[in-house]
Ligand binder design. Structure first.
Ligand SMILES: Cc1cc2nc3c(=O)[nH]c(=O)nc-3n(C[C@H](O)[C@H](O)[C@H](O)COP(=O)(O)O)c2cc1C
Length: 347
């Protein structure tokens, strides 16, 4: 019903506008007594064979919603009612910021893709905490953290520290985002020295707590193998807990758009089908080269159960969706989880 009825209507509207409508709808559903439980009942596949224990957290199922959808931690309960096993909020920055000028989100339907240059638009750390304090259920929440656009790279670690300390009591795991292509110079923080400094400083705070929280690093699909080897070293040296692979790409592997159409859109990160293969390759490379030394959350171009299973078989422990959720609709987690169970039965 989503693809034949709702999606054609949604896709007539500007993508960012529809995102806000959907957020509004989710909030309305969440506020009607009984409706959230009804949604949960309908969308959630409950089976203890789907559960996974990873870095000290028990995930009810391996399908999560990726960062960027619930930037301000407003609808994590509702997303959990749609059957997602975990919700990654953010990217959160210490101060609120408007992001890049609009338009900044584009659908490329012929290639099942999106291009975005949102630029970490969010209401800031303080507001995220206000929202997270409202958590009623045991939904697993990841806190994806970044730096404010105006913060120079030389002191970017301060933004990460502030976010980490501020969100510590309210999220279950952290994701350090240095791989968003829409913040100028952010990708320079992917250099080994800069990254080691940020992660070591976060670990210092982490280790001073009575119980530490898992820290993962989110990487770009545009890294080459040498850079991926560095990622493996960084995980080992800083003793962080894992990697989220991958973010959006600055490449334009599009089959159904010509050069002029692509240039007219301008800068931004490409997501969806065109990043699926590279993201899976990166997962496989990291898992194989490291000897499966750390957990990986696989994300990039997952639309169907086959795509998700491909990532799990390549070495991912959990998966996340964003663009697939927009294209496939609210049943995506249910469909993937059902297929994983079916595959278990047949093997
Ligand atoms: C509109 C949009 C906004 C995003 N915002 C963020 C973000 O704030 N932080 C982040 O780490 N990733 C962000 N992402 C990247 C996604 O979390 C995901 O890594 C990427 O889109 C690849 O997955 P997909 O192909 O399933 O979309 C965003 C993606 C989209 C499409």
């Amino acid at each position: 019903m989503y693809k034949s009825l709702l999606r054609p209507i949604f896709f007539l509207v500007n993508p960012e506008t529809i995102h806000h409508w959907v957020m509004g709808l989710l909030k309305i559903f969440g506020s009607i007594p009984g409706l959230r439980s009804a949604l949960k009942w309908f969308f959630t596949v409950k089976d203890n064979r789907l559960e996974k224990e990873l870095f000290g957290i028990r995930f009810p199922n391996p399908v999560g919603i990726a960062a960027g959808f619930d930037k301000n931690a407003e609808v994590y309960e509702e997303l959990s009612s749609l059957g997602f096993g975990f919700v990654e909020i953010g990217t959160v920055t210490p101060k609120a910021q408007p992001g890049n000028p609009k338009p900044r989100l584009f659908r490329l339907t012929k290639d099942h893709a999106l291009i975005n240059r949102m630029g970490f638009n969010n209401r800031g750390l303080e507001q995220a905490v206000v929202q997270l304090k409202k958590r009623k259920s045991n939904v697993i929440i990841g806190g994806n953290i970044g730096k404010n656009t105006l913060t120079p790279n030389a002191i970017a670690y301060q933004d990460y520290e502030e976010n980490f300390a501020g969100l510590f009591d309210f999220v279950d795991y952290f994701v350090v985002n240095v791989s968003c292509p829409n913040i100028s110079d952010l990708k320079e923080l992917q250099d080994q020295d800069a990254l080691m400094e940020i992660l070591n400083r976060l670990q210092l705070i982490n280790n001073s707590k009575p119980k530490r929280k898992p820290i993962l690093l989110k990487i770009s699909p545009d890294l080459n193998n040498k850079q991926l080897d560095e990622v493996i070293d960084i995980v080992r040296l800083t003793k962080i807990d894992g990697v989220v692979a991958t973010n959006t790409s600055i490449k334009r592997n599009l089959n159904n758009y010509n050069k002029n159409e692509i240039e007219a859109i301008g800068n931004g990160g490409l997501s969806g089908l065109p990043v699926r293969e590279r993201s899976t390759e990166i997962i496989r490379y990291l898992a194989t080269k490291s000897g499966k030394a750390f957990p990986i959350i696989g994300v990039g171009g997952i639309f169907t159960a086959i795509d998700a299973i491909e990532k799990l078989e390549a070495g991912a422990d959990l998966v996340q969706v964003y663009t697939g959720f927009i294209y496939e609709g609210p049943c995506i987690a249910k469909k993937i989880n059902k297929a994983i169970l079916k595959q278990m039965k047949s093997s």
